[in-house]
Design a protein around this ligand. Sequence first.
Ligand code: DSN
Length: 420
Amino acid sequence: MITEVYEKINKDLKEIDPEIYDLIVKEIIRQGEGINLIASENYAFKAVLQAMGTPLSNKYAEGYPKKRYYSGCEYVDIIEELAIKRLKELYKAEYCNVQPHSGAQANMAVYFAILRPGDTILTMSLNCGGHLTHGSPVNFSGIIYNVVHYEVSRANELIDYDMIRDLAIKYKPRLIVAGASSYPRVIDSKIIAEIAKEVEAFFMFDMAHYSGLIAADLYPSPVNHADFITSTTHKTLRGPRGGVIIAKKEYEKLINKWVFPGIQGGPLMHVIAAKAVAFKLAQSPEFKDYQRQVLINAKILAEELKNQGIRIVTDGTDSHMVLCDLRSIGLTGKEAENILNEVGIFVNKNVIPFDPQVPAVTSGIRLGTPAITTRGFKEQETKELAKLIALALKEPNKKDYIKSKVIELSQAFPVYKIYL
Ligand code: DSN
């Protein structure tokens, strides 16, 4: 049930557009009652949502602080400067741009800044956990550039750095890209930086998935190794949906030019304010504790699922995510996603390295612990959840029991108390 407080705050919306109001309420309830294990999602800080739902959205501020194309930017200038200062502090960075509307736009701005159509880029294969904007044939990056992919080793499913070096020497890429959406292990940006230097390529690290862990010093930072670092702000960081770019100071003018006016118009000032809030909160000791628990929960999840007979890709995790190979229990990723959805556990089907299934089916599911940790799950609850997942996947007739347990667990750990 939605709270009276929520109804009161949103009284106008309810009256003006009951259809949309009702759907928002349903989504809030869905998020609250279900258990979210989608590794790229999280529950943003409440203060982040508050900063986003403001009249800052009304302001046009094309340009950069103190160099805008519109008047009346005195307050949004300070907001953007604060966001920049905090992001630089958070990652000990020389320069950053907080305007990209998304991770995809952050990547696009870097590509457009340093590449020309037809240039070769060396990136992680999507089948091994790479991102769509790292050269997928259905994405602009795969259409505009000549893409060469490196893979993980078939033997241990870890990134094959020798393969990166061999391909870099053979194809002489202008850019090497690292970062992944379903690689649970540490990515060694130092080795990749050395390879990039050897072949005189640029090196971009897309830390979208790992940015919260990196901010908390719990995953190796690519700063000082990569020329460009891109990220989203809504995953492990718990900020608003959006993107950022970090780079060496020498690229400031080039990147700024390519974000605006290169590929974007007016920045989303309400989102930039919310990013600033998230960057402030990410510097707190509580955030570090939170990220520690994210890692502990991911390890417990992997261990317990393994105990239940589910094969874990790379046999474990160094991060917030766990990739399961469901061939070990005779299911596809699509089947598992549907079964878990029915009991209120949200996951996404995901290719595993060298997956024999097509991406719409897959042999795996990807699980992540950022969202459950935000709502307060610790070791005990995570272990219980892993058992419920295995039970749901192995014994379809227990659905009602599992669903009631999921509701029990989620009610014990409410998300936004003010709403639900
Ligand atoms: N779509 C995001 C993810 O789920 O990882 C970024 O690729």
